[in-house]
Structure formats: C-alpha cells, structure tokens
Design a protein around this ligand. Structure first.
Ligand code: ATP
Ligand code: MG
Length: 431
C-alpha cells in the first residue's frame, strides 16, 4: 500500500458534526453584521509579501517568524499566505478606490496562516472573522465595533469575556514615550531577558507585553504611554470610554495592552477569557489610521477587530453553548429497490416542499433488510421513518412511523396519500 498522507501539522480538517457548529457560528455572525450595516469583502488568500512587511511592520512577530512566504515558481514574485486580513482589506479598498463614495463598513471571514507552535487555541491554519470600518475618524465607530462584539457574546450565550482597552496615542506621542522607555530600560539593562535586549531598540513597546514573570516588576514601573498623550488623543479615549459607559459595557484600562502589529494608533482593545488557558484572547483590534499611507494610499482613518473562530468555538463548547447537530426530519425506508423509480421523485418533491429527507441507500444486491434499514433510520436522528412498503405503495400511500418523542404524540403508524407531498412535508416538519 502507498504511504498514507496526512494533513500539514497545525492545519486541521473541519468535518461533521463539528462543521455544523462552524456554519451556525458563521450564520450568527452574518446576521449580526447585517443588523449593524457591515458588508462582506472577500480578498485572496495569497498576497504580495510586501503588503505584510510594510503593513504590519518589519519587527513584528508575524513578519519576523510566522509567515508562510514563497517565491512564485513561474514569475519569481514574492508571495505570502495571509497571516491576517486587515492589510488585505485596506489593499483591496485602495485598489478599487472603494472609499470614493464615502466610508465603508466591511467584514470578512476565512483561513489565516501563521507558523506558530501548534497547541490548544493556536494553529498554523486558523480562521478569523473580522470587522473593519474604513474612513471613520471618530471614537463613535470604535465604540460601535466594541458594542457589536459584546452583542455577539450575548447572542452566543457566552459569559466571562472581559474587555481591556488602551490608547496608543499618535506616532509623535509614541516616539516621545519610546525615547523615555528606551532610556529607562537601558538604565536597567541588567534586568532584561534576551528577548527584551534584542527588542530594546527595534520594538521596545513590545517589551511591555512580555510574559516573563521575572520582568514584571520592571515593566510595571516603566514610563507610561498614557502620560505622554496629548489633549486630542486623551479626548478620543475619554469619548470612547463615555460611550462604552453609556452602553453599560464594562472594561478595564490596561496600559500594557500594545497589540502585535505596528499599524495601531489611538484605541486598542482585546476581549479575553480565563477559560481557555494561556490562549485567552478571543477578539482583538483597534484603530489603524496610518495603515492606508503605509501601503501607498492617502491618509485614511480606520478601525477594526478580528476574532479567532477556533477559540470562540472552544469557549462555546466549554460553556455548553453549542447547538445540537442538525438531524433529518425523515428517513425513507424502501424495502424493494424496484420501487426506487417511483419513490425517489417523491422524496425530491418532499425536499422541494422544505422537508429534510434522508434516503436509505442500498447496495449492489438491493436495499437490505427492514431491520437494518430501521437501524440506520434510528441512527440518523430523524424524527420520522417514511415507509414505502409494497402494500402502502399499492394503495398510493406512504406509512409514517414516529421514531422519537413523536411516539407519545402520535403513537401509531399513520398512512398518508403519496399524491400530497405538501401535506407529508408539513407533517414531518411539525415537531
Ligand atoms: P496571540 O497573542 O494569541 O498570539 P495575536 O495578537 O497574534 O494573538 P491577532 O493577530 O490580534 O492575534 O489575531 C486576532 C485573534 O485571532 C486572536 O485574538 C486570536 O483569537 C486569533 N488567533 C491569532 N493567532 C491564532 C492562531 N495561531 N491560532 C488560532 N487563533 C489565533
Ligand atoms: Mg500571535
């Protein structure tokens, strides 16, 4: 036998019954986005590598070590499997001059790729759902996006998701803070770990995000960006907080929240849970007013977030909030294969009338025993068996046998005329 091929490490198949949970989450998200006036944008999974290098920043974790990049064998182009989709959305908006008529509210969903160490809640192909509001400068849209995410948790029945917010100010304010921070860290160089020493001059802000317990005291006493923010940045932050207060949305200001990408400014936020171990951030985002310019456009304010769909589904499972797997309304039991030409078109008519009908499929030697057919009917989870026996068919009827709770409501087998597909469909669909 040939060697068995397996999926790439950290990249998973999503099969039934779990795929039904995915579809349910996607449907819930689509409906919610429609209520907030966000519309779907679908961009390619492969983008020019330069988009991420310029968009995310050269010294970010993603660009430094997580990207799946390759050279197109045919023309030598440098390409990358998208590690995130904000840069792609902005590229698409620029390319088609999408904001010509005014600002746009957009959403996307799909696979992202990062070369990380696979573990619970961290994969190499994972799925994000993202919302992006392009061309809006005010804190009202920052608040709208946070409220939207809060609505999602409520709608999914999720609890225990906490909101952390911070303001990163504007580039000049960050620069002043950066200089103060470097001076402070240099003065305490003996307490820095290897990672921090490496980042001291390239990305000192990221040092504040360290998970090393030995550096917590140092980091806690570091100069705070908030103390370097000017009046306008502070006002933006205050207005955001006031709007969240008006919605009764609880938040914690976390001055150490810096986010991984260079493109953020002003508001940044994360929704976190303690229920998923160390991969506790389920949704994260912020304002990125500089990104359009960074990839060759006119200055354009924008804000957005992305949520990790695997983490949301894991949390739903943890909290017992996943819906039951969908089951057919009816399972068609067909004793004699010779009757299939008569039965199959009828099943088709039942489906056209809205019933979910699963047909018993036979083998090369016929349909199998009634016993084995009923075993399959039971296993399918269907509420009804539709029995197309010789006697019933001779009278122009089908027998309906309740398989589950319906046994109490309708204990006996009933026959219905084959000619009335609408009535049969209505009967099996009614709970
Ligand atoms: P983390 O700190 O967990 O690495 P991040 O800051 O790199 O997250 P973002 O780039 O902001 O994450 O992506 C938004 C969300 O996407 C995260 O909050 C998380 O829920 C999800 N996510 C990010 N990376 C992965 C991954 N490798 N596997 C699964 N989900 C992920
Ligand atoms: Mg990461």
């Amino acid at each position: 036998m040939a060697e068995k091929l397996v999926a790439v490490k950290g990249m998973n198949d999503i099969a039934p019954p779990q795929s039904a949970h995915w579809e349910w989450l996607e449907d819930t998200l689509r409906a919610l986005m429609a209520r907030y006036g966000y519309r779907n944008l679908r961009t390619p999974i492969v983008e020019p590598t330069a988009l991420f290098v310029r968009g995310l920043g050269e010294v970010t974790d993603i660009v430094e070590k997580e990207m799946y990049s390759f050279e197109d064998k045919l023309n030598g182009e440098h390409l990358t499997l998208r590690p995130e989709n904000t840069a792609g959305v902005v590229r698409a908006a620029l390319e088609s001059n999408m904001l010509y008529e005014g600002p746009k509210r957009l959403y996307y969903m799909g696979p992202m790729f990062r070369h990380e160490r696979p573990q619970r809640g961290r994969y190499r192909q994972f799925h994000q759902f993202g919302a992006e509001a392009l061309g809006f400068a005010g804190p009202d849209v920052d608040a709208e996006l946070i409220v939207l995410a809060s609505d999602l948790w409520a709608q999914l029945g999720l609890t225990g998701i906490e909101l952390e917010i911070n303001s990163l100010g504007q580039p000049a304010e960050r620069l002043a803070h950066r200089q103060a921070l470097i001076a402070y860290l240099e003065a305490h160089a003996d307490q820095l770990d290897e990672d921090a020493r490496r980042r001291l001059h390239s990305n000192p802000l990221r040092i504040l995000d360290t998970k090393n317990p030995a550096m917590q005291a140092l980091v806690n006493a570091a100069p705070r960006l908030m103390d370097h923010l000017g009046a306008e940045s502070l006002a933006h932050f205050e207005r955001l907080k006031a709007l969240l207060d008006a919605h009764g949305i609880a938040y914690r200001v976390n001055p150490r929240l810096v986010r991984g990408m260079d493109y953020y400014n002003l508001s940044v936020f994360e929704f976190v849970t303690t229920q998923l171990g160390s991969q506790g951030t389920v949704c994260a985002g912020g304002r990125y007013d500089g990104l359009f310019e960074q990839i060759g456009g006119k200055p354009t304010p924008a804000v957005g977030w992305a949520l990790g769909m695997e983490r949301i589904l894991e949390l739903l499972k943890e909290q017992g909030r996943l819906p039951d797997a969908p089951v057919p309304d009816a399972y068609a039991v067909v004793p004699d294969a010779a009757d299939l030409p008569r039965v199959m078109p009828l099943l088709r008519a039942l489906r056209a009338a809205g019933a979910r009908v699963q047909m018993h499929a036979g083998g090369p030697d016929g349909m199998g025993s009634m016993k084995s057919q009923f075993k399959k009917a039971d296993a399918s989870g269907a509420r009804w068996a539709l029995i197309f026996g010789a006697d019933e068919l001779a009278q122009g009827h089908v027998a309906l046998k309740p398989l589950r709770g319906e046994r109490d409501a309708a204990p006996s087998q009933a026959a219905m005329p084959l000619s009335d597909a609408q009535a049969i469909a209505a009967r099996v669909r009614a709970h």
